[in-house]
Design a binder for this molecule. Structure first.
Ligand code: ATP
Ligand code: MG
Length: 397
């Protein structure tokens, strides 16, 4: 691949680079934005790498945030409060598969050598318009290849997250993983168990957002053995799995919904990934309810279902509509739900024309009787929403 004579660099980034260079520190654009520009896809996240030590970066710019200072990363805020990451040239001198101890004061070449894949290790000088591509990342871009910088085994053992990053980039750009890199990924998959759940979750969710097809991403996770370790609830269950895989590409890009759809026990998977309680509950509801849908032809049944599933109705409808036509038990459910919603039919106790206080005034005993009476009234109203008048409901108490 031939490099373009120049890249258009956002003004704010250029300004930061100029200031560092004027202060005597060599500064280059690297990483994802360079890769994506060469591929012709938009990416405005131009990372800078510089010879300036972190303290110098903090001194040279008025407004900075030490986002990853121990690794040499300082965010410089521009006028619009947009953060631009500036990272000091560094080399990893000690690693344990999860963290690295880094050393500054090294060259651009050392800095490029510590990066994960050749396509992520291309540097462009925003002022001199020079290119540095010691690992031939541009050729790999042209041949659509994800290839480790240096020895893949060693690089994955330094940081096992790189295995998951390879799978993500592969699914995002529809690139093959170079055979030696893929073999090393498989051989080192067990090391993924050491990673923190948060980092794994972030990778999995980012992958779901960026993959051209989520099914391909999942196939990659399975092929390499990452799914076995982190997503064991997603099992290859023969033909059922094939349906699930096809359906996954028809679902909205919602990582929790997609993960829940794929898992036999969504709550346990989302718990392993340290998702929020709200997300885990959402997964649990999906797992419990995805096998039984109401008969779309019977309105009261649909209303009762809506009342029970509450906020999860749309998730369940999304899962239903992603199924192959032959496996949709009640076609038309979404339309019926829409009509019930448009009619603003009462679905919950709070929608009733009477309150607990009304029932007390009408002589219901304080305590659990009130709740039970409201539930009974709701059942009547779900059967026939025209019953939701004060007069009718009080007559039923
Ligand atoms: P994205 O579009 O997902 O942001 P990116 O390539 O910019 O892709 P980042 O996570 O933003 O990815 O990292 C920026 C750069 O830092 C990468 O391009 C790569 O050079 C380097 N890098 C990031 N994570 C690692 C890692 N775990 N090991 C080695 N190098 C890494
Ligand atoms: Mg990035």
């Amino acid at each position: 691949m031939r490099f373009p004579a120049r890249l258009s660099i956002p003004d704010a980034v250029l300004k930061i680079a100029r200031q560092l260079e004027t202060a005597g520190y060599e500064t280059w654009c690297v990483g994802g934005a360079i890769r994506d520009n060469l591929l012709g896809v938009e990416n405005h996240d131009f990372d800078l790498t510089t010879a300036a030590p972190p303290a110098e970066v903090q001194r040279l710019f008025k407004r900075t945030v030490p986002v990853g200072i121990e690794h040499g990363t300082v965010a410089v805020l521009d006028r619009g409060n947009h953060a631009h990451e500036v990272t000091t040239f560094r080399k990893d001198i000690k690693t344990d598969g999860r963290h690295a101890v880094v050393e500054f004061g090294v060259s651009l070449m050392d800095d490029l050598a510590r990066r994960d894949f050749t396509i992520n290790a291309i540097a462009y000088h925003p002022i001199r318009h020079e290119w540095r591509d010691p690992f031939k990342g541009a050729d790999d871009l042209e041949h659509k290849l994800i290839r480790s910088v240096g020895d893949a085994n060693w690089r994955f053992q330094e940081d096992y997250l790189r295995i998951l990053r390879a799978l993500r980039f592969s699914a995002r750009f529809q690139f093959r993983i170079h055979p030696a890199t893929l073999e090393a990924a498989k051989a080192n998959a067990q090391g993924l168990a050491q990673l923190s759940a948060e980092r794994v979750r972030d990778e999995w969710f980012k992958g779901i957002h960026t993959a051209v097809r989520v099914s391909k991403l999942l196939e990659r996770w399975m092929e390499v053995g990452a799914a076995r370790i982190w997503l064991p609830e997603i099992r290859d269950a023969g033909s059922g799995m094939r349906d699930a895989l096809k359906a996954v590409d028809r679902l909205p890009r919602d990582p929790v919904l997609i993960t829940a759809h794929l898992a036999s026990d969504p709550a346990s998977l989302l718990t392993r990934l340290k998702c929020s309680n709200k997300e885990i509950e959402r997964g649990r509801a999906i797992g419990q309810r995805r096998d039984t849908y109401p008969d779309a032809k019977h309105l009261p049944t649909v209303r009762r279902w809506l009342s029970e599933v509450g906020e999860y109705a749309d998730d369940l409808l999304a899962l239903l509509s992603a199924r192959p036509a032959s496996r949709i038990p009640h076609p038309g459910l979404a339309k019926v739900v829409a009509s019930i919603r448009a009619a603003k039919d009462p679905l919950h106790v709070k929608d009733l024309a009477v309150t607990g206080d009304d029932l007390l005034a009408a002589g219901v005993r304080p305590g659990p009787d009130v709740g039970a009476a409201l539930e009974r009234l709701l059942a009547e109203v779900l059967e026939d929403p025209t019953r939701n008048t004060r007069a009718y409901l009080l007559s039923r108490v």
